[in-house]
Structure formats: C-alpha cells, structure tokens
Ligand binder design. Structure first.
Ligand SMILES: [Zn+2]
Ligand SMILES: [Zn+2]
Length: 229
C-alpha cells in the first residue's frame, strides 16, 4: 500500500492511500488547489474521500470534491454538521463496513467534541494489507490486531502542556478533544505490533509538541519504523 501524507497538522489534514487498484483520500482539510497540486492534477484518479468529522482542518475542500464528483464517505452526524443535503454522500456508521473499489472500510467511533466522529480500519483486497486511521480523539476505545500501518494522532505532549502557563480554556479544549503522546504510548503498549510495518504520527500541534522528542519517545518504547507527518 502506498501512503502519501499531503498535509498533517492542526492547520489541515489530507492523506492519500493507494493499493495499486484503488486510490482514496482520507480527510480533505486543505484547499482544493493544494489537493490538486499534491495529486499532480489527477483528481479523477481518486475513488472517494473519507472524512472523520466536520472540523475544517479535516473537511475544508469537501464542496469542491463533491462538485468534481468525488464520493465522500462520512457519518450522518458529520454530514448534517457540514450542512450537506446532496444524497451522493456515502454514509457509514461505527462498526459498519463498506466496500469502495478494492478497499473494505470499517468505521469505529472516536472521542472528540463534534457530532459523530469516526476512525477507519481499511483493508486492501489487492494486497491484503490493513491500515488503522484515527485522529482527533482523546483516546482509542479499541485495540486492533494484525495491522500493517497505523496513522494515529499525537497532538501534544502533556508534560509540555503542564510546564506552560497557557490559557486554561484553551488547554482544557486540547486535553478534552485530542490525543497526547502519553495516551498514544499507552495505546501502542497495549497493541500487538507484530505485523506492523510503519506507524505514521499525525496532527501534531505547532505549539504543544516537539517532533524530535515525540519521535525519540515512541521509537524508544516500541522499536518500530515511525514517520512524524
Ligand atoms: Zn483536527
Ligand atoms: Zn477536530
């Protein structure tokens, strides 16, 4: 499976996966122009775009994608929150599976301050590989097995947040809606990573994370190939 990180931060998220048969976008939280450029203007090669929730850093270009005939996949709550009335959107519920091209996509619920946030377990029928994608979640309600790739959020380092004298309303929002390095390490420690080839660490906050520190801590803990996006 080919994974392309087009954008990853609190400013905008967009990823492309491709198994040689089908190409999908996960999130479209940047401008349509930026997406087009990243895809060398081959937007028509994209079979669908999966969206985890309605926040702009995950959904910004959804109207343009709809207009270009790209199928969007999201929860009913996300669709309503975005105010989409077109019935071309493919709805998915937690613990439900759908098939798009060569991919089987199962949704699971995440823990975020929005209508109906979800993550995805994606399996390629072409390569047999399995990928877990979750973001914008305080913690994961689930553990997974036999996963080749994880794409998971590490928004902030709790230790750094505690050291800083920052606005407490803002701090509370971060802590009650995003995943810390400490929580991610707990998740990874309780996960069987035997089959895992690579872990992508996504959605780092600009102000409350430190790329090098996060990379060192995760690598020390699990000894796997990771990429900070
Ligand atoms: Zn976000
Ligand atoms: Zn969000």
């Amino acid at each position: 499976m080919n994974i392309q990180v087009i954008a990853s931060s609190s400013k905008g998220n967009c990823y492309k996966i491709d198994d040689g048969d089908t190409s999908l976008l996960i999130e479209c939280g940047i401008s349509y122009k930026e997406i087009q450029e990243a895809l060398n203007f081959k937007i028509s090669s994209i079979k669908a775009c999966l969206i985890t929730h309605e926040h702009k850093d995950h959904s910004k270009a959804y109207k343009d994608l709809l207009n270009k005939g790209i199928r969007l996949v999201m929860s009913k709550g996300t669709k309503e929150a975005l105010g989409i009335t077109e019935n071309t959107v493919k709805l998915i519920k937690a613990k439900e599976s759908i098939k798009i091209g060569s991919f089987n996509i199962m949704a699971f619920d995440t823990v975020h301050d929005v209508a109906e946030p979800i993550g995805f377990l994606i399996e390629s029928n072409k390569t047999g590989e399995r990928l877990v994608f979750f973001t914008d979640t305080i913690y994961s309600r689930y553990t997974f097995k036999n996963i080749d790739y994880y794409m998971v959020e590490c928004n902030y380092v709790k230790k750094f947040l505690d050291d800083k004298d920052i606005n407490s309303t803002w701090r509370n929002r971060v802590v009650k809606s995003h995943m810390s390095l400490e929580t991610l390490l707990q998740f990874l420690a309780s996960t069987d990573l035997e089959r895992t080839k690579k872990i992508y660490i996504t959605h780092l906050s600009d102000t409350n994370s430190d790329e090098r520190y996060i990379k060192t801590e995760i690598q020390k803990a699990i000894g796997k190939v990771i990429e900070i996006c």
